[in-house]
Design a protein around this ligand. Sequence first.
Ligand SMILES: Cc1cc2nc3c(=O)[nH]c(=O)nc-3n(C[C@H](O)[C@H](O)[C@H](O)COP(=O)(O)OP(=O)(O)OC[C@H]3O[C@@H](n4cnc5c(N)ncnc54)[C@H](O)[C@@H]3O)c2cc1C
Length: 369
Amino acid sequence: MSDTVDCAIIGAGVVGLAIARRMAKAGREVVILEAETAFGTQTSARNSEVIHAGIYYEPGSMKAKLCVPGRKALYLYCAEHAVKHEQIGKIVVACEEAQVASMHKYMAQAVANGVDDLRLLTTQELHEMEPNVRAAAGFYSPSTGIIDSHGLMLSYLGEAEAHGAALALASPVLGGQVSNQGIRLEVGGAETMTIDCRTVINAAGLRAPDVARSIRGIPLDSIPPAYYAIGHYYTLSGPSPFNHLVYPVTRQDWLGVHVTIDLGHQVKFGPDFEWIDRIDYRFDETREASFYEAIRRYYPGLPDGTLQPGYTGIRPRITGPGEPVQDFTFSGVREHGVEGLLNLFGIESPGLTSSLAIADHVASLLNAQ
Ligand SMILES: Cc1cc2nc3c(=O)[nH]c(=O)nc-3n(C[C@H](O)[C@H](O)[C@H](O)COP(=O)(O)OP(=O)(O)OC[C@H]3O[C@@H](n4cnc5c(N)ncnc54)[C@H](O)[C@@H]3O)c2cc1C
């Protein structure tokens, strides 16, 4: 069987769905091809569900440029579309004196990124806001929040479908071919079919480099390698001892074992960071001791026996161990020479926060082709 569509989006995670909404609202005929039997079951369902303020990203990077407007757009979107969220605020803490300089570096970087509401806390304020947290210093980020990511995806999908988009579940893209007429995709599922597309947006997350490599005619040197870094979350039994999210200052390539509170006020700690060589979400319970140790650096009162294994998520990286952390990467005609094709690589955190801004950026890149 074969078909033709104007615009195919590969992957129904939060990014693919945000793009589908954006393109469908612009009047494009959109088909979303999703390998799994439901949308949003991969990285978009396995993250911290935090609306990030825009603190951690290199000024001038795509992450910085898309997080701040993405966050503002997301709060408006949630309010207008009744997506559950809460602007709960976050405290970033330096657990030891030696980390205070790094904490100030974060603050300066945030200001350069346009985050204009951070407030340095006195020891007294810190204690009043988070009596259970021990820290040498801290600052407050009032525009950090939490969100129901599934509700957000449902809303994006609903709007996309209301504007004519179709979601094809259990429809993995197996490969394809670039030609003068456009891009032909081979799609598996109950019945294998080919689809001729004018535009293809590869938003396959962890699999985006594999999907790009499977489409003949895309120069292989334009496709980065895929690396995976797993993160575990433990949940805390009992009521929350925290009033805000709490993030310790840590190394530059991840955000440390931080405190997230979900919309049901359940506390979770994580994610940790470890390189793995394939996509495998299994939870490694031997990490418990290292979690107790990391958490007690800022929450010394953590009682024994209160951490429960939660879930894991895998960061879609395109640079590996020892290399500088990648930026969000949009690979279009300028990078690979194929009209109508856009590959999205390395859309790790803050991809959820930035999803609306990523969709706008994708639309502008395609319009410029
Ligand atoms: C541990 C962790 C914590 C995070 N925390 C936050 C946070 O608090 N705040 C924040 O803003 N961001 C966070 N992020 C980042 C955020 O979760 C991601 O940027 C975002 O979910 C990426 O969405 P996506 O649509 O690109 O990918 P995905 O959600 O992975 O979607 C890709 C989709 O493509 C499909 N697919 C794959 N291959 C094929 C194929 N061949 N054919 C068809 N479909 C295919 C997959 O099944 C999947 O549904 C976190 C990420 C991780 C890993």
